[in-house]
Design a protein around this ligand. Structure first.
Ligand code: SAM
Length: 309
């Protein structure tokens, strides 16, 4: 049975719109590539890769595979963590000669726990243009599907491999009033989770975002006390790629704001969370977003409250 034609890709107007955009020469394009599902690449990214004079990439085999998948064949320049400075000089010379160069990493957004930042820095210092072609990043994808509500997040990336340094870093993060985002390798996921339990305590919520966009994607939320049991419940969880998110410090705000708590508690008896936060912001002069978060927590704690109005 033949596959139905995709209305989007069959739509010449879409490709026409993409190709009519401006892609100046003498520019380095920082191109995000998929983090698992090969289709997670933007139309602009594909078009730019077709225009580029060369593609600087972390692993040429990996990038060749992606390019071939889309019928693209371009000269590839190896640009990994050990040669970023040297390859930057070559890229600068090519840009000065009027080329368009694309910069990609193995997966996701270059420069995010991946090589790329030093090349971008050198190109900018040379007075040349750098332009991002946005797309997938494991951190933002995981955050968007985590359900952890907070208006701030703090990207930590990989923890240090030495236990002492890891624990010191975790300790320094315990009071952060922001959702914490970590990258972790599967062979360290259990150890790191136990270290997080020791640092943040058993009540703190954790989200494991595993194998995002892939066939066996899992997103699981529980307390840190429950985390080890979830990890050991299925041997597949010793493998795969992980983003780990930790809930913001519980009311770093609320604990030293008894007055805000008192006002919100009264308002919540009469109004919705949104209205209560808005009125409390007017009364106390504090930030509405902070009070909204506190109001949500108070509402969760109140056994008489079932639903928001
Ligand atoms: N530059 C990438 C980005 O923008 O997300 C990150 C590269 S970093 C070397 C690789 C780490 O990202 C993995 O060890 C894992 O922690 C996380 N990661 C990448 N792809 C993932 C996926 N599909 N699901 C979950 N985590 C992923």
């Amino acid at each position: 049975m033949s596959q139905p034609e995709s209305p989007l890709l069959a739509n010449a107007a879409v490709m026409e719109a993409v190709s009519r955009q401006n892609y100046p020469v003498a520019t380095l394009y920082v191109v995000a590539t998929p983090i698992g599902n090969v289709c997670d690449i933007s139309l602009r990214a594909l078009h730019l890769l077709s225009l580029a004079d060369a593609v600087a990439c972390e692993d040429t085999r990996n990038t060749a595979q992606l390019m071939t998948r889309y019928g693209l064949h371009k000269p590839l320049l190896a640009a990994h963590q050990h040669n970023e400075r040297e390859v930057a000089d070559k890229i600068i010379a090519r840009l000065q000669a009027g080329e368009r160069i694309a910069l990609v990493s193995d997966a996701g957004t270059p420069g995010v726990s991946d090589p790329g930042a030093k090349i971008v820095d050198a190109v900018r210092l040379a007075g040349l243009q750098v332009s991002p072609l946005p797309g997938a990043s494991a951190a933002i994808s995981a955050l968007s599907a985590s359900g952890l509500i907070h208006d701030q997040f703090y990207f930590v990336g990989f923890l240090p491999s030495k236990a002492g340094q890891r624990d010191t870093l975790l300790q320094s993060l315990t009071a952060q009033a922001a959702t914490l985002i970590f990258y972790e390798a599967p062979h360290r996921i259990v150890d790191s989770t136990l270290a997080m339990l020791a640092a943040f305590g058993p009540e703190r919520q954790v989200v494991f975002a595993r194998e995002l966009t892939k066939l066996f994607e899992e997103i699981h939320r529980c307390t840190l006390a429950e985390a080890a049991a979830w990890l050991s419940a299925d041997t597949h969880r010793e493998k795969g790629e992980y983003v780990v998110l930790i809930q913001a410090a519980p009311s770093a705000v609320a604990d030293d704001q008894p007055e805000a708590r008192r006002i919100l508690s009264i308002l919540l008896k009469e109004c919705s969370v949104k209205q209560a936060a808005s009125l409390a912001a007017q009364i106390t002069g504090q930030k509405k977003n902070t009070l909204y978060q506190l109001a949500l927590e108070l509402k969760d704690d109140d056994p008489d409250e079932d639903t928001d109005q």
